[in-house]
Design a protein around this ligand. Structure first.
Ligand code: URP
Ligand code: ZN
Ligand code: ZN
Length: 488
């Protein structure tokens, strides 16, 4: 049976254009976007007069049902996605964690976890160690499994961290596969020393986490990753940019023409750590994430960088643990599972912080919350646009209404919310995913199992120009070879 949906009278916003128009949807696909569409029979009609009709949010960075630091994040593919939909996000890209070092086994495990999905999703692959078999399996991921991005860890010494030699090999491998190298950029060796220093000083509480890994270590690793990517001549994506130090390295590289993408996350954009390290353990531990939430000033600078295009898209790093799990670190901050919420709050907080404050336009908002992510990961315009032929993942946003955040009303399974009590202007009133209305009148009606896996093809567009630069580099190597020729 065919399902029909007509959204009347709203302002349809794409990343480069907005117009008053109706949006007509059939069987989950947008069929027409134009003014005054005649109302067909048996149609679900939604009135969007005075409201924005925008592409659903795409969160480029989440961790649902992830095993991490001796436990598992408590939002799984159902609860995490339900929360996302209630907040206007209709797709996310989650990080697959290899199983016993196998990418294929990791992929299969995440396929199972994702069976209860109620919205579309894609995968990045985390690289948790490096050897020949991992390198081989990367090809399977790219050519057969629809993964086009791999995250390398410069931090988490002793578990996920790899050294520069292996990082370079990983970058080379990404390049040869047309995949995007991503980095968690903190100097893991220095963090390890910083942690020892804190423990020696008797600082064992959550504030020790932040003090042990200051912004300078994020700046150092970001600079190093950028230079190593330049040496390999491959594009680089820096995840969870939390500091001025990291942002300025990205700005410099981009100005020089290097292909570097910077992803701030909501917590880094809207929070700073003044007053965060409450003596009450749980009150403070809920904010522990890596890289940490920084001192005042970093937040505003990251906002500015987002508004000028130095940073390109906003993620959440949604990685949620409840108070019981956070309490693993009650005697030692090194055991606090790292991660904060955000998947449900992102669309509202970015609107309030960036649009309502006058820093960016509504079209820019669509770009940084949806379109840019779809473009980077090569799924545009199926996702990230309201165009005929695109998937009907749509939100109706009322700029004159308001939102309020609380753990007592959020849809995540966690018992705390790092944005507790926060209010602001603007509200996602309706979420449509795959042509179905799933969020309306503050009521969520999600259907487990209807989310689809979105394969992301290799990033040929991003490698345009890189082949040419490589050819030029190779030909530049010829002359010196002659000079040192043996004369015997
Ligand atoms: O604290 C964080 N960010 N937890 C999730 C894992 C990661 O490094 O992204
Ligand atoms: Zn990370
Ligand atoms: Zn993350």
């Amino acid at each position: 049976s065919s399902s029909k949906l007509l959204i009347k009278g709203g302002t349809v916003v794409n990343a480069h254009h907005q117009q008053i128009a109706d949006v007509y949807v059939e069987d989950g696909i947008i069929v027409a976007v134009q003014p005054n569409i005649k109302v067909p029979d048996d149609v679900t009609l939604l009135d969007a007069t005075g409201k924005y009709v925008m592409p659903g949010g795409i969160d480029p960075h989440t961790h649902l049902a992830m095993e991490f630091m001796g436990t598992e994040t408590i939002d799984d593919y159902f609860s995490g996605q339900a929360a996302a939909l209630a907040g206007g996000t209709t797709m996310h890209i989650d990080f697959v964690i290899p199983v016993n070092g196998s990418l294929v086994a990791g992929f299969e495990a995440y396929e199972k976890k994702a069976k209860k999905s109620c919205m579309d999703y894609g995968f990045h692959m985390a690289i948790t160690k490096w050897d020949e078999s991992v390198s081989r399996e990367m090809e399977i991921m790219v050519k057969e499994k629809g993964i086009n991005s791999f995250k390398f860890f410069m931090a988490y010494k002793g578990s996920l961290m790899i050294n520069d030699e292996l990082l370079l090999q990983g970058f080379e491998r990404c390049k040869s596969l047309g995949a995007l190298a991503m980095v968690h950029a903190e100097n893991g060796d220095a963090v390890f020393e910083g942690q020892k220093r804190m423990i020696e000083l008797g600082i064992t509480g959550p504030e020790g986490h932040a003090l042990s890994r200051p912004a300078v270590l994020e700046g150092e690793a970001t600079a190093r990753a950028i230079r190593l990517a330049k040496f390999v001549n491959t594009p680089l994506y820096v995840v969870h940019v939390m500091s001025i130090d990291a942002m300025e390295e990205i700005a410099k590289a981009r100005k020089s023409g290097q292909k570097v993408i910077g992803e701030p996350v909501v917590s880094g954009l809207v929070l700073n750590d003044s007053g965060l390290w409450d003596p009450e353990f749980i009150t403070a531990a809920k904010y522990v994430m890596s890289p940490p939430i920084r001192e005042a000033g970093h937040d505003k600078a990251l906002q500015a960088a987002l508004s000028t295009g130095v940073l390109q898209l906003v993620g959440t790093d949604h990685c949620v643990f409840n108070s019981t799990q956070k309490a693993f670190g009650i005697d030692d901050f090194r055991k606090i599972p790292n991660g904060v919420n955000g998947i449900e709050e992102r669309m509202h907080l970015v609107w309030d912080t960036m649009v309502e404050s006058g820093q960016i336009s509504v079209t820019d908002y669509v770009r940084i919350t949806s379109t840019e992510c779809a473009r980077i990961f090569n799924i545009y315009p199926r996702k990230g646009a309201i165009l005929a032929g695109s998937d009907a993942d749509i939100i109706i946003f009322n700029p004159n209404s308001s939102f309020e955040i609380s753990a007592s009303s959020h849809h995540s399974r966690t018992d705390t919310n790092i944005y507790e009590g926060r209010k602001g202007k603007g509200k996602v009133e309706v979420t449509i995913v795959g042509g179905r209305v799933v969020w309306k009148d503050d009521e969520l009606k999600v259907v487990p199992g209807c989310g689809k896996y979105i394969e992301m093809p290799p990033l040929s567009y991003l490698f345009n120009g890189i082949d040419k630069a490589d050819a030029k580099y190779r030909s530049s190597l010829k002359a010196p070879v002659k000079r040192f020729k043996s004369t015997s």
